[in-house]
Ligand binder design. Structure first.
Ligand code: MN
Length: 217
């Protein structure tokens, strides 16, 4: 009997933790982000008076416009999240367009709060993600226009344009504010820097190699 109670309590605890790990379901039709409010602090953004809702709170223009890919990575991300559409607040969804120059790379990164589902709109991409420790298995594929690929929440993933021309992808993400952690920037480019003692030990290389990598940021 005691074992059954412990088991039941464990199942309830696990169920609760799964529920609160994701954005809560809205308790009203919508909650347009009130970006002028600087006093109230909530998990998300406070709601505008619903009587003030307008179509502009739920729309965004310009996703057809190509991003400028003249940069070292050869890509540009055009995000469409709660920062661009205040009506997305509390709704657990957002979008992004990515433009790629030939050879352009979205470097290994994670979204701490979202699964991403990517559709190739133009061109051919090499895409992949790596499973968590200890397997660290690379799941990768070459995908072309019309193909779709999923990057599970929190896992490190990347894209590269394999075509000779420009490429375009559009992603949907399961958060109003997915967040981005680019691995190289987080490890080699934070301010202030992570100690080179730590990085040299972590990567099992000489400190001069760490300095070279840090200098890229
Ligand atoms: Mn991503």
């Amino acid at each position: 009997m005691a074992n059954q109670i412990v088991l039941l309590a464990t199942i309830i605890a696990m169920t609760c933790s799964l529920v609160i790990a994701f954005e809560p379901s809205p308790l009203q039709d919508f909650c347009i982000a009130d970006t002028t409010s600087s006093v109230i602090r909530v998990n998300g953004l406070p709601c505008l008076d619903s009587k003030l809702a307008q179509a502009e709170h739920f729309s965004f223009g310009g996703l057809h416009i190509p991003g400028n890919t003249s940069n070292p990575l050869g890509i540009t991300v055009t995000p469409v999240n709660v920062a661009q559409i205040p009506g997305l607040n509390t709704l657990g969804i957002s979008l992004a367009r990515i433009d790629y120059a030939p050879g352009g790379v979205t470097p290994p990164h994670t979204h701490p709060r979202a699964t991403e589902i990517l559709t190739v709109v133009k061109g051919k991409l090499y895409v992949g993600f790596v499973t968590s420790n200890p397997e660290n298995k690379l799941i990768s594929k070459i995908i072309k226009k019309g193909d779709v690929f999923v990057f599970p929440v929190g896992l490190v993933h990347f894209q590269k344009n394999l075509g000779s021309g420009t490429a375009i992808s559009q992603s949907s993400l399961s958060s109003q504010n997915p967040g981005v952690i680019t691995i190289a920037n987080s490890v080699f480019g934070p301010n202030p820097s992570i100690s080179d003692d730590v990085l040299a030990k972590a990567f099992q290389v000489d400190k001069s190699i760490i300095s070279t990598l840090q200098a890229q940021f």
